[in-house]
Design a binder for this molecule. Structure first.
Ligand code: GDP
Ligand code: IMO
Ligand code: MG
Length: 421
C-alpha cells in the first residue's frame, strides 16, 4: 500500500482539519508528520466545533489509528490540555492515538526563547505563534534536542541540561528565564503522555503498509511557510512540503500515492512576510469578515487577498499534487467580480514563474471573472453549482493543470462536494 498526503498549498489555514476529517473514513490510519501546536485545525460536525493543534484530525471518526509522527514537535502542556478536553467530551483517544518516541519536546524555555528572538528582531519580527517552534527545531538540528523516548532513561537530567543551556542563553540576551510554574505543568504533562502508547512510528507505519492498511498523512502549516521553499525568513521551521511526510514519518518516497493539495478560493496569511495579492482595502476586509479570517489558536487577524496562481503552480510542483481541493468557495458568494493573479510583474517584467523573492518589486497581474452571487452553502452536488462558479473552477483547472476533485462550501463536514472526474 501507499500513503496519501494532504497538505496546504498556501500560507496555512486552508481547511486541512476539515478535509482530513471528511476523508478519514476511507483510511485505516491518519498521521501528522511535522509542525506542532502552531497549527490550529478546525473541524465542525453535529453543531460542534473542535480545534486540534497536535492531535491528528482523524481522531473523531471511528476506529482509525491516529499517529503523531517523529517530525512533529510536541508541547506536553498544550498536548495534555488538548487531549484532556477531548477525553472530557467523551472521545476515548487513548485507544486510538499513538505517539512517536522520536518527537522532539518543546520545553517551557523554548517558548521564552521564541519570544526573546521575536523581541530582538523588532520590526523585522516573523510574527510567530509564540509556541517555541523555531527554538525546538533549532535544538533538533543542532543535536541538542530532547526526544520523548528519553522518558525511558535519565530524563530529568537531560531536561535540566537543556533548560540550563536555555537559561544561560536567555540571560546572556538580557531576558528573564523564570519557568517555575510552567515547569510544574510540563512535568505533569509528561506523566500524562506516558499513559499513551509511545511507538517507533516508522516501524509501525511501514508495518501497516505491509499489511495492506491505508494511511493518510496530515500536513500542518502550508507550502509557502516551508523552511526551504517558503517566503524565507517569514516561514515556519519545518518542511511542510510533501517530502516532509517522508522524513517526518519514515515513509520512503516511492510509497507516496495521492497528494491532495488544499487551497482557499482566495488567499490568507497570518504574521509578517510578503503577500503579493494582499488586499488592504474594503474587499480584503469583506473577505476577512465573511470568511471569519481570524487565527484558530491566536485569534490574530488573517491578512486576506485574491487567489495567487503563480504561487499555487509553484507549490503544486514542489509537492507533486495529484488532486486539488478548493475550500471556502462560499466566502466569495456575494462578490460581483472575482480576481485571480495568473502572472507577476517583477520589476516591470511579466512572469508566470515564482521568483526567488516575492519581497519587493512584485506586482500581481489579475484576470477578472464574473462572480456567482448565489448562496452555495446548501448545495449538495456539483450539478447545482451556478454557471459562474463552474467557470471559475474551469479557469483554475486550466491554469493549474490539476483536477479539483473536492469543493468545500461551508465549515461543516456535510458542506463538502465531491466532483465527478
Ligand atoms: P487548517 O489550519 O488548514 O485546518 O484551517 P483552519 O481551521 O485554521 O482554518 C479554516 C477555517 O475555515 C476554520 O474556521 C474552518 O471551520 C473554516 N472552513 C473550512 N472550510 C470552510 C468552507 O468551505 N467555508 C467556510 N465558510 N469556512 C470553512
Ligand atoms: P495551520 O496548520 C497559519 C505562521 C505564523 C508565522 C510563521 C512562523 O493551522 O495551517 P511559527 O510559530 O511556526 O514559528 O510561526 O508561520 N504559522 C501559521 N500560519 N497557519 C498555521 O498552521 C501556522 N503555523 C505557523 O503565523 O507567520
Ligand atoms: Mg489553522
Amino acid at each position: 500500500m501507499k500513503v496519501d498526503v494532504l497538505l496546504g498549498l498556501q500560507w496555512g489555514d486552508e481547511g486541512k482539519g476539515k478535509v482530513v476529517d471528511v476523508l478519514t473514513p476511507r483510511y485505516d490510519v491518519v498521521a501528522r508528520f511535522q509542525g506542532g501546536p502552531n497549527a490550529g485545525h478546525t473541524l465542525e460536525f453535529n453543531n460542534q466545533k473542535y480545534v486540534l493543534r497536535s492531535i491528528p484530525s482523524g481522531i473523531f471518526q471511528k476506529g482509525q489509528v491516529n499517529i503523531i509522527g517523529n517530525g512533529v514537535v510536541l508541547d506536553p502542556i498544550l498536548f495534555a490540555a488538548e487531549a484532556r478536553d477531548l477525553e472530557k467530551s467523551g472521545f476515548d483517544i487513548k485507544k486510538v492515538l499513538k505517539i512517536s518516541k522520536k518527537v522532539h519536546l518543546i520545553l517551557p524555555t523554548h517558548r521564552l526563547l521564541d519570544a526573546a528572538y521575536e523581541t530582538l528582531k523588532g520590526s523585522a519580527k516573523i510574527g510567530t505563534t509564540g509556541k517555541g517552534i523555531g527554538p525546538t527545531y533549532t535544538d533538533k538540528i543542532s543535536r541538542d534536542g530532547l526526544r520523548l523516548g528519553e522518558v525511558f532513561g535519565n530524563f530529568t537530567e537531560k531536561y535540566q541540561a537543556a533548560k540550563q543551556r536555555h537559561v544561560k542563553l536567555l540571560n546572556a540576551l538580557g531576558f528573564d528565564a523564570d519557568v517555575a510554574e510552567l515547569e510544574k505543568q510540563w512535568f505533569e504533562g509528561i506523566e500524562y503522555i506516558k499513559t499513551f502508547e509511545l511507538i517507533d512510528s516508522e516501524h509501525v507505519i511501514n508495518g501497516y503498509l505491509r499489511e495492506g492498511k491505508s494511511v493518510l498523512c496530515e500536513g500542518a502549516q502550508g507550502s509557502l511557510l516551508d523552511v526551504d521553499f517558503g517566503s524565507y525568513p517569514f516561514v515556519t521551521s519545518s518542511n511542510t512540503v510533501c517530502a516532509g511526510a517522508c522524513s517526518g514519518l519514515g515513509v520512503a518516497p516511492n510509497k507516496i500515492g495521492e497528494v491532495y493539495g488544499i487551497f482557499k478560493a482566495y488567499c490568507t496569511r497570518v504574521g509578517s512576510g510578503p503577500f503579493p495579492t494582499e488586499l488592504h482595502d474594503e474587499v480584503g476586509a469583506k473577505i476577512r469578515d465573511i470568511g471569519h479570517e481570524y487565527g484558530a489558536v491566536t485569534g490574530r487577524e488573517r491578512r486576506c487577498g485574491w487567489i495567487d496562481l503563480v504561487a499555487l503552480r509553484y507549490t503544486i510542483m514542489l509537492n507533486g499534487v495529484t488532486q486539488l481541493i478548493m475550500m471556502k468557495s462560499d466566502v466569495l458568494d456575494g462578490f460581483e467580480t472575482i480576481k485571480a493573479c495568473d502572472s507577476y510583474k517583477v520589476n516591470g517584467v511579466e512572469t508566470r514563474d515564482f521568483p526567488y523573492s516575492i519581497d519587493e518589486g512584485v506586482e500581481p497581474v489579475y484576470t477578472e471573472l464574473k462572480g456567482w452571487n448565489t448562496d452555495m452553502t446548501k448545495i449538495q452536488s456539483e450539478d447545482e453549482f451556478p454557471q459562474e462558479f463552474k467557470d471559475y473552477i474551469a479557469f483554475l483547472e486550466e491554469k493549474l493543470n490539476v483536477p479539483i476533485t473536492i469543493v468545500s462550501v461551508g465549515p461543516d463536514r456535510l458542506q463538502t462536494i465531491e466532483r465527478k472526474h
